[in-house]
Design a protein around this ligand. Structure first.
Ligand code: CIR
Length: 258
């Protein structure tokens, strides 16, 4: 199953408050103009790849709301309203609920104490990996697994690696049987059965790439990874991401796709 064939996406323009977004290193402050420009390039690339994008207006009250991947999960069969693990992000659910009901007949929801971020969910052809992290709790992961089963998806709860925000900070799906993953994910890998490519030293953050139909979005600041993917026959679309990365974010987090 090609789980990276998409016709639709939801994205949200960054607000000016994006400069106050959560980040591990408080000194890493992006500019609004920088994030906006990189977001626009990303939306243009999604559209060029054949995806119809519902571009939502900014939510100034929620600095991280441009990262629409975290409060929801979308599949052709239906959507799941997640419950982000960061207290400042839980309120993003309200507007997202309304948006999901506009696009889907079936919308399942995580309850009060069930925390999970979309960034911890890696969809592969046979398994949806749910990463336990600072944002995704076991209770949240188990509730999510039950919802995924309702939507016909098998899932597996795994540990996201230490030191990264989300499971998908450290890994992404390149094809039905290939992943791009940080070196630290390889020992005792959850990806047994997959071919694993590893970004070269110094380009670890390139592991958050994004396959959209026949192209792979990769940061234009990662020449070694671009070369590696091209050598392996992938059609790479380099895009600017350094301002967005200051907020511990990458390509997958800026859209919901189905
Ligand atoms: C946060 O800490 O929630 C945001 N600054 C970054 C979210 C990145 N989300 C993602 O990769 N799915």
């Amino acid at each position: 199953m090609r789980v990276f064939d998409f016709t639709h996406a939801i994205a949200r323009e960054p607000g000016r408050s994006v400069v106050d977004g959560l980040r591990d290193n408080p000194a890493n402050t992006p500019t609004y103009e920088g994030v906006l420009a990189q977001h626009r390039a990303y939306i243009a690339a999604l559209r060029e790849a054949g995806v119809t994008v519902d571009l939502l207006p900014p939510l100034e009250a929620f600095p991280d709301s441009v990262f629409v991947e975290d409060p929801a999960l979308t599949f052709p069969q239906g959507a799941i309203l997640m419950r982000p693990g960061a207290p400042s992000r839980v309120g993003e659910r309200e507007d997202m609920r309304r948006v999901l009901h506009r696009h889907f007949d079936t919308v399942l929801e995580l309850e009060d104490h069930e925390h999970a971020d979309g960034g911890d969910i890696l969809v592969t052809p046979h398994t949806v990996f749910i990463g336990l992290s600072k944002r995704t709790t076991r209770i949240g992961a188990e509730a999510l697994a039950a919802h995924l089963s309702t939507l016909g998806r098998e899932s597996r709860i795994v540990e996201a690696p230490q030191g990264v925000l989300h499971l998908k900070t450290a890994s992404s799906l390149l094809s039905e049987d290939t992943v791009l993953a940080m070196e630290q994910m390889i020992p005792g890998s959850i990806f047994a059965g997959f071919k694993i490519l590893t970004p070269p030293a110094g380009e670890e953050a390139a592991a958050n790439s994004l396959r959209i139909n026949d192209v792979i979005f990769v940061g234009d600041c990662y020449p070694g990874t671009i070369k590696l993917l091209e050598k392996n026959g992938f059609n790479v679309r380099p895009l600017p991401v350094d301002e967005v990365a200051k907020l511990d974010a990458g390509f997958s987090c800026m859209s919901l796709r189905w």
